[in-house]
Design a protein around this ligand. Structure first.
Ligand SMILES: C[S@@+](CC[C@H](N)C(=O)[O-])C[C@H]1O[C@@H](n2cnc3c(N)ncnc32)[C@H](O)[C@@H]1O
Length: 321
């Protein structure tokens, strides 16, 4: 896993000419999906980027479509700091707001921007979480056992590991991480935490590796358990559904929703959401299959290998307040 380059300070210039903080995946495909056949030069109205991150996709959209405006939201204040710099050249057409996906409806209403031309959700973590051990997402480098993308969330990964029942922990590792050794891991963690609570990612990763018999395979033995914890801490399942519903509510007829997910469970949720919407005539699908990165993109950016992009077009306005 790569280490993240230094986060630019608030006083530095936009991130031009430097290594990007986060490389956005499927850039051309996201742009084409959100345009949905509309001319980028004449496309007007508002697009919401509900997971702005370092602002990479937002920048692509602003560069390609000179008349659109962007509402850029993210739950992580650090991400918004970076995006503020990245999108500075476009500041006349951009509003940056700190919000979770579950707060999108409220923010869109408050900003009085009305119907949307497009919505982008690129869910999950980004380099700015994974490559910064002090955020507590890394099983390769030691840090506090935190994993909160939104630092104001009450519950950290340490709270879960040290307080949940053994059976709840096992279910979490199994269902949210697809971890087949979930019960063994949960049993060991509960046994060990009686003596010393888990407060560091390094100790947790080490004990998970011991529980499953060491690091034999290609991936670190703690990968799946860490993913499960991250998903629970940030309530990623519920957040995604809230984001999809907000897009359905606010998109104009013909507007596009593009969703990138990195986890098979998440992609299933998006697929089902669009399929049900298609049956009810609320969505039209570009394709049944998700788009994936070409081999040259995967070669340059390993993270792109698990990205799945699904795009839907809003069909009917339906009831909205
Ligand atoms: C994969 S990154 C997005 C990268 C971005 N598209 C870019 O080009 O730089 C995901 C971002 O979504 C944010 N995020 C994840 N879940 C969120 C949620 N429920 N609400 C708001 N932001 C969220 C994370 O904080 C992170 O910054």
């Amino acid at each position: 896993m790569s280490q993240l380059e230094e986060i630019p300070s608030m006083t530095s210039e936009p991130n031009q000419g430097r290594t990007p903080v986060h490389v956005p995946v499927l850039r051309a495909e996201v742009l084409a999906g959100l345009l949905a056949g509309r001319d980028p030069k004449t496309l007007e109205g508002w697009i919401v980027d509900g997971t702005t991150g370092a602002g990479g996709h937002a920048r692509v959209l602003l560069e390609a479509c000179p008349k659109i405006q962007l509402l850029c939201t993210d739950q992580d204040p650090k991400a918004l700091e970076i995006a503020t710099l990245e999108l500075k050249p476009f500041q006349e057409r951009v509003r940056l707001r700190r919000a979770r996906m579950s707060e999108l409806c409220r923010v869109i209403r408050k900003e009085r921007i009305g119907r949307l031309s497009g919505v982008l959700l690129d869910v999950g973590v980004c380099s700015l979480h994974l490559d910064h051990p002090e955020r507590g997402f890394s099983f390769l480098e030691d840090g506090p056992l935190d994993m909160r993308m939104d630092p104001d969330r009450e519950r950290s990964a340490a709270d879960i590991v040290n307080n949940w029942d053994e059976s709840d922990l096992a279910d979490l590792f199994y269902y949210e991480g697809d971890e087949r050794r979930a019960r063994t891991i949960a049993r060991r963690l509960v046994e060990l935490r009686r003596r010393t609570p888990f407060l560091r990612t390094g100790a947790l990763a080490e004990e998970i590796a011991r529980a499953v018999g060491g690091a034999g395979g290609k991936t670190h033995p703690a990968t799946k358990s860490f993913q499960a914890l991250r998903r629970a801490v940030n309530e990623e399942g519920d957040e995604l559904i809230a984001g999809l519903q907000a897009a359905e509510h606010w998109l104009d007829e013909g507007g596009a929703l593009a969703v990138i997910s990195f986890h098979s469970g998440e992609d299933r949720v998006v697929k089902r959401f669009f399929q049900e919407g298609q049956r009810a005539d609320r969505w039209e699908l570009e394709s049944k299959k998700p788009k994936q990165a070409e081999s040259n993109e995967v070669r340059d950016n390993r993270r792109a290998r698990s990205a799945r992009l699904r795009v839907g077009l809003r069909r009917r306005k339906g009831n909205r307040s």
